[in-house]
Design a protein around this ligand. Structure first.
Ligand code: HEC
Ligand code: HEC
Length: 303
């Protein structure tokens, strides 16, 4: 109930609930004790005087005792529940129970159970864990839960989401690099280069040159003109276009693409730039799980 901005709603709900329960109890009490005194037509006690088809008579008898008993039990249960647990407006309940508290307790219990296992793995180097079947099984499950929505359940990625199963790394493929990618996240920023190159035609030339770097089909004349301007790209992608893992600039000379290798996509990348982010997972998962994930990812590219 702490979500309410004023205490009025807490009282409002609490009173409405109690009045509702009280009204039920009153109704129950009234129907249990009332019995109509019988109508003149028959003189029988309880007969309401309503008659259908000659023989069908309506009586006003109290409800069966066992049924009333059940009703009383639900009221007592309801009041007891509302006294112990949150539900009555702002009243938190005598047991101080909260769903957050229960969740924290369950997490603590799980940590106590699995903590020692994670601690054991945490002290082993990633190269070793990458070959341990039990560690790999846990790593894969963690990956499916937290990473697959972006990198795919087979970790092969998609446009803008890197494939983690190949030996091509934007930010480096050593165990420490991968662990850092997962714990701290990564931010790949390529600025728009339309103005730096001097127009759409120059962008097209440069895109042809980029294709030539990986041996793809290209317009040789345009590529030569693009090559002459590659100095503006070299600061990040290196003079030979082989990339730079320190800033996540991709290698442009291989056939692996983060976006796609067709001319239109390359033109789009150069014209508008790219801004791509891998969220940091260190705080959410904790170092032990990050370590296991790093080992699983490291093992994917068959070291
Ligand atoms: C919200 C989407 C998203 C989620 C969730 C996500 N990633 Fe990523 N990840 C990315 C993107 C996007 C990049 C590329 C960043 C860039 O362009 O530099 C990336 C990059 C990486 C890299 C670096 C790849 C390289 O080539 O250097 C690794 C390793 C990685 N992710 C592993 C993981 C793991 C393990 C998880 C689960 C804990 C995870 N990611 C969860 C989007 C995501
Ligand atoms: C400031 C550094 C920087 C400069 C300058 C720069 N890039 Fe990039 N480039 C990057 C980064 C970082 C990425 C990865 C973006 C991401 O992670 O989404 C990238 C991505 C690309 C891609 C996509 C590759 C793929 O695999 O899909 C192409 C193509 C590209 N750059 C070409 C160029 C060209 C051509 C130039 C010069 C006109 C250039 N870049 C200038 C940093 C730079």
């Amino acid at each position: 109930m702490a979500d309410f901005t004023s205490s009025f709603w807490g009282f409002y709900i609490g009173i409405l609930t109690l009045v509702g329960i009280f009204a039920c109890a009153l109704l129950l009490w009234r129907t249990s004790s009332r019995r109509s005194s019988g109508k003149a037509s028959t003189g029988e006690p309880g007969f309401t005087g309503h008659r259908w088809d000659e023989t069908l008579l309506e009586y006003d008898n109290p409800l069966p005792r066992w049924w009333m008993g059940l009703f009383v039990i639900t009221i007592v249960f309801g009041l007891g529940y509302l006294a112990l647990y949150p539900g009555l407006g702002a009243w938190g309940g005598l047991l101080d129970w909260t769903s957050r508290g229960q969740h924290a307790q369950e997490v603590a219990a799980a940590d106590a159970q699995y903590g020692p296992l994670f601690k054991k793995f945490a002290s082993q180097p990633i190269e070793e864990l990458a070959r341990d079947p039990q560690a790999r099984a846990i790593g894969e499950r963690l990956f499916l839960n937290t990473c697959a929505q972006c990198h795919g359940s087979d970790a092969r990625g998609a446009k803008g989401f890197p494939n983690l199963t190949d030996a091509d790394w934007l930010h480096g493929g050593t165990p420490a690099d991968i662990e850092s990618s997962i714990a701290n996240g990564r931010h790949g920023v390529m600025p728009p280069m339309l103005d730096a190159l001097g127009g759409a035609d120059e962008v097209r030339n440069m895109a042809e040159y980029v294709r030539s770097l990986s041996g793809a089909t290209h317009d040789a004349q345009r590529a030569a003109q693009g090559a002459a301007k590659f100095a503006v790209c070299a600061a990040c992608h290196g003079a030979e276009g082989k990339g730079n893992t320190a800033i996540g600039a991709p290698n442009l000379t291989d056939a692996t693409w983060l976006y796609a290798g067709n001319i239109d996509t390359i033109v789009e990348t150069i014209t508008r730039g790219r801004d791509n982010q891998m969220p940091a997972h260190g705080a959410v998962l904790g170092p032990d799980k990050v370590h296991l994930l790093a080992a699983w990812v490291y093992g994917l590219s068959a070291h």
